[in-house]
Each structure stands twice: as structure tokens, then as C-alpha cells.
Write a protein that binds this ligand. Structure first.
Ligand code: HEC
Length: 131
């Protein structure tokens, strides 16, 4: 019985970034902070600030579509992050650092993914490794 528990624990420790139990903040840290910075301040001239950014706090559909499809120097996340995780990370950026946007639900991400076909368009590609 004890051995069994050990195996389960080891398996959990070895699980990749998409493991259960990650919150929006740690998902942001893993997927976004390299460019947008943990402080949300971005890097002027290279990566836009998400903190205090009206677009980030505005229409959730537009924010979802932007991150799913990528834009300019930002990679697409459609193939590398699931609906649940994207909802968590977007809820985080809309409410961290004094931002006041509404939380995003996984169902909203799913709806935008379906409507835009963003998922289909990039599913054949390898997820971009941005770390
Ligand atoms: C490789 C660097 C990089 C990573 C990683 C990255 N972004 Fe971006 N992001 C950018 C750049 C560059 C832009 C500006 C794109 C443009 O408009 O040309 C941007 C734009 C955005 C915008 C739109 C901001 C605006 O004012 O229009 C949002 C929202 C956003 N990113 C969220 C995220 C989230 C959430 C993640 C993680 C899931 C993420 N980004 C990961 C580089 C990155």
C-alpha cells in the first residue's frame, strides 16, 4: 500500500506543466511572464504591459481570441493551453495588479475557440516553446 502511494506521488511530481492544480498565477508565470513580466508591467518597446491595460480588462471575447491566436510577436496558445487553463490565466491577468476585469469561464474560451476556428487552424503545428 505504501509503495503504491509513493508511485502515485512520483507520477504527480513528474507531470508536465499542464498538471491539475495549477492556478492562474502559476500558469501566467510559466506561459506569459517571460515576456509580460510577473509584475504585469511588460517591457516597454517590446512587450505590452497587461497591468492597467484597458484591453485586458475589457471585452473578454477579444482577449480570449488574442491569446488563442497570438498576435505580432506573441505566439499562439491554442494548441498549448486548454480551455480551463486559459480561463484561469485570463481571469488572473484581468484581476491581478489592480486590474478590474471580470473573471473568464472555460465555457467562454470554448465558445471563442469554436467560433473562430483558431484551434483547428493551429492544431497541426507544434506548440511553440517560448520558455
Ligand atoms: C514571446 C513573448 C510573449 C509571450 C510568451 C506572451 N505574450 Fe502576450 N504579447 C506579446 C507581444 C509582443 C504582444 C503585442 C502583440 C502585438 O500587438 O503586436 C502581446 C500582446 C498580448 C495581449 C494584448 C495586449 C494589448 O494591449 O493589445 C494580451 C492580452 C496578452 N499578450 C496576453 C498574454 C498571455 C495571457 C500570455 C500567456 C498565456 C502571453 N500574452 C504570452 C508577447 C508575448
Amino acid at each position: 500500500m505504501k509503495k503504491m502511494m509513493m508511485l502515485v506521488l512520483l507520477a504527480a511530481a513528474a507531470a508536465p506543466a499542464c498538471a491539475q492544480g495549477l492556478d492562474g498565477k502559476s500558469l501566467f508565470g510559466r506561459n506569459c511572464a517571460a515576456c509580460h513580466q510577473a509584475s504585469g508591467a511588460g517591457i516597454p518597446g517590446a512587450f505590452p504591459a497587461l497591468r492597467g491595460n484597458p484591453f485586458v480588462q475589457g471585452d473578454s471575447g477579444a482577449v480570449i481570441a488574442t491569446v488563442l491566436k497570438g498576435r505580432g510577436g506573441m505566439p499562439t496558445f491554442a494548441a498549448s493551453i486548454d480551455d480551463e487553463q486559459l480561463a484561469l490565466v485570463l481571469s488572473y491577468i484581468r484581476q491581478a495588479w489592480g486590474n478590474q476585469g471580470a473573471a473568464v469561464a472555460a465555457q467562454q474560451v470554448q465558445a471563442v475557440r469554436g467560433a473562430s476556428g483558431a484551434g483547428d487552424a493551429v492544431r497541426q503545428e507544434q506548440p511553440t516553446n517560448v520558455h
